[in-house]
Design a protein around this ligand. Structure first.
Ligand code: ATR
Length: 278
């Protein structure tokens, strides 16, 4: 374990509950690898204490923090500057503190795109079909559109998809029942729903009509290989696993707080995956 000095840089993750977060393990790995005089700690903060907790971190000299459920919207109110990434994603997941000033950004979309590229998938190579219309969908769609990709969305509750399309101009919406046939001509399929997560039913989609070079990305990472990804692999399509998005979204936060741009590699992946590897 690294022994801190009086000059240690501090960051952490604010959530409620927070004990299942893998972020302390992820940032801890990089801190250790780079022998940085710093720490990244879990910060269990009840919703009603969010503002006072963030002010406290600023006052205590923290460099910043990640923000997770249920605080990603509350974080907007406390920021002095909101970056375009957070506005587009509709949520703040990263806070950077400098001289008492709080900046909010969202790194989920960038993490998603960086993970695609790490798998050799160019996000704007062709039209994408995104499934789901929750917070994760919004960050993913915004980031795909920012690369120039043409994006179509299908969600069980069509009204949720249409609400997203009002905020993200250019987003096309189709019915949930059309998701399998809509695969023809696509370059990318993304699951942002909670289907396929351990304890949930799998995502039902027929990959028969999928083009031979379709990339299939799942943002679910527990299990590491969802049934969707296994089916994609079995058909010779290009699977992109969800854990990589978690790893890549952490890069810019770490760089901002600790001053070193860390690498996402297999050692990190194995360390963070831990029990998920089974
Ligand atoms: P997050 O913010 O993490 O994306 P969320 O807001 O709860 O999570 O979104 C969950 C997504 O999974 C939604 O798109 C949801 O569809 P609805 O908008 O219809 O609720 C989708 N989802 C969850 N369970 C589903 C199911 N059994 N079948 C289809 N979609 C489902």
């Amino acid at each position: 374990m690294t022994i801190l000095t009086g000059k240690a840089r501090l960051a952490g993750i604010i959530g409620w509950p927070i004990e299942h977060s893998r972020s302390p393990r992820l940032h801890g790995f990089w801190l250790e690898r780079h022998r940085i005089d710093g720490a990244y700690v879990p910060l269990p903060v009840r919703p009603e204490n969010f503002q006072v907790a963030v002010r406290g971190l600023v006052a205590a000299g923290f460099a910043g923090a990640n923000v997770t459920a249920p605080h990603k919207l509350a974080a907007f109110d406390i920021c002095d500057t909101i970056e375009a990434s957070a506005r587009r994603a509709g949520a703040v997941n990263t806070l950077v503190f400098a001289d008492g000033h709080i900046t909010g950004r969202n790194t989920d979309g960038l993490g998603f795109v960086a993970n695609l590229r790490a798998h050799g998938v160019e996000p704007a190579a062709g039209p994408a079909l995104v499934l789901g219309a929750g917070g994760a969908a919004r960050a993913v769609v915004a980031a795909l559109q920012d690369t120039g990709a043409q994006v179509t969305l299908a969600n069980r509750t069509r009204a949720h998809a249409e609400a997203l399309a009002r905020d993200l101009p250019g987003l096309a919406v189709i019915d949930w029942s059309e998701r399998s046939e809509a695969l023809s001509g696509r370059a990318l399929l993304v699951n942002t729903t909670s289907l396929g997560m351990a304890g949930n039913p799998p995502l039902e989609i027929d990959l028969q009509r999928a083009p031979a070079d379709l990339a299939v990305a799942d943002i679910v990472y527990a299990p590491l290989e969802t049934k969707l990804l296994a089916a994609a692999r079995a058909r010779g399509l290009r699977p992109v696993e969800g854990l990589g998005m978690l790893l890549h979204q952490a890069v810019t936060g770490f760089a901002g707080w600790f001053g070193v741009t860390p690498q996402v590699d297999d050692d990190l992946r194995r360390f963070v995956a831990g029990d998920l590897l089974g």
